[in-house]
Design a protein around this ligand. Structure first.
Ligand code: UDP
Ligand code: MG
Length: 335
């Protein structure tokens, strides 16, 4: 441990979004308490967010709050998705630093001690990079690897490879995040965008402790699209490029057809060439319109300026108005 800590020991907020995690809550919390007990001198608070679970998750979280007064529970009014649930927890966290962690023990709580050490050394963001993903299908591992690489190529911000949301963030970084109002949240990119001193910490990603993954292929694809659309306007440029290629090909065709007509005794037979040209152009146009539509749809979503989430229930901790940076954020429901 480095030199003695200032008057009161720093408060570390552990934020855990939970969606239908009744099978793992008890085990996860036991591991977290254990970690906290073995990581003096830090003080801990546990911000457990129920993301509109349909099982007993919320009841189990309430029970944890009754047992341990370091536990705070935020019950969202419905399922808002992982990134928004994490945002709700980060907004509510009061700590000098905030650690974001999955509920399923895939991110081992024991790694937090090493993250805290890096934080004490002066880093503002310590993100976990996965050296190994145990217990995940080959398809998921492969698609995730591909995704991080494509994203990195496309995006204007350097988003670290093979890095999920398991990370420690210092208070200044949390404040930057809180000042970012976008609703299509891709936290790992947003944190990378914030800058400050960031460092990766390799860890082995464990298999899920229980229950099933809440990210089926459909959600994974949407999440990947969110990442790319939020951090790159490259697809729009690609659409323009496609249009240019199509136009160039069309122009070549025109020149060829004119040439044949004027300088030879044959000419291009109509139907096939026409259909190919029409279908090709049609395809390129629809793709381009689709890409544009994706961005316009997001503009529309953002322009509605709805609150990011609605809180139905809060247990423990300061009321939101007392938190640094609160008031600029919308917090829907009754506190
Ligand atoms: N999660 C959530 N809301 C959702 C989906 C997931 O809060 O709509 C939480 C989930 O409870 C877990 C974390 O997000 O704590 C990561 O989900 P999961 O483990 O299912 O994803 P995977 O590890 O399979 O990518
Ligand atoms: Mg998981």
């Amino acid at each position: 441990m480095p030199e003695p800590l200032t008057p009161t020991a720093p408060l570390v907020s552990i934020v855990v979004p939970c969606f239908n995690e009744q099978d793992v809550i008890a085990a996860t919390f036991a591991r977290l308490e254990d970690m906290a007990a073995r990581t003096p001198p830090y003080r801990f608070e546990f911000v457990l967010v129920d993301d509109g679970s349909r099982d007993d998750t919320l009841a189990l979280l309430r029970a944890q709050a009754r047992r341990d007064d370091r536990v705070r529970v935020i019950g969202l009014a419905r399922n808002f998705g992982h990134q928004i649930a994490a945002t709700a927890g980060i907004d509510a966290a009061a700590g000098d630093c905030v650690v974001l962690l999955d509920a399923d023990l895939q991110d081992p709580p024991e790694v937090i001690a090493a993250m805290l050490e890096k934080w004490r050394e002066g880093h503002d963001v310590v993100y976990g990079t996965r050296i190994n993903r145990h217990g995940e299908t080959a398809f998921k591992r492969w698609s995730a690897k591909l995704f991080y690489r494509v994203l990195n190529r496309l995006s204007d911000v350097d988003i670290p490879l093979d890095t999920g949301d398991f990370r420690l963030m210092s208070r200044p970084v949390v404040e930057v995040l809180k000042a970012m109002p976008e609703r299509h949240r891709f936290l790992r990119g947003m944190v990378a965008w914030a800058g400050f001193r960031q460092i990766g910490l390799p860890y082995e990603r464990a298999p899920r402790h229980g229950g099933t993954s809440k990210y089926p292929l459909r959600k994974m694809l949407r999440f990947a699209a969110d990442g790319i659309l939020s951090f790159s306007s490259r697809p729009l440029k690609i659409a323009t490029g496609l249009g240019m290629i199509a136009s160039a090909l069309g122009l070549l065709g025109i020149v060829y057809a004119l040439f044949m007509r004027v300088f030879s005794s044959e000419w291009v037979e109509g139907w096939t060439a026409l259909m190919i040209a029409v279908l090709f152009m049609g395809g390129v146009q629809l793709i381009s319109v689709g890409v544009m539509g994706a961005y316009i749809g997001r503009l529309y979503e953002e322009s509605k300026r709805r609150p990011l989430y609605v809180v139905a229930e809060r247990i423990g901790g300061p009321v939101p108005q007392d938190l640094p940076g609160a008031g600029t954020r919308l917090d829907g429901g009754a506190a």
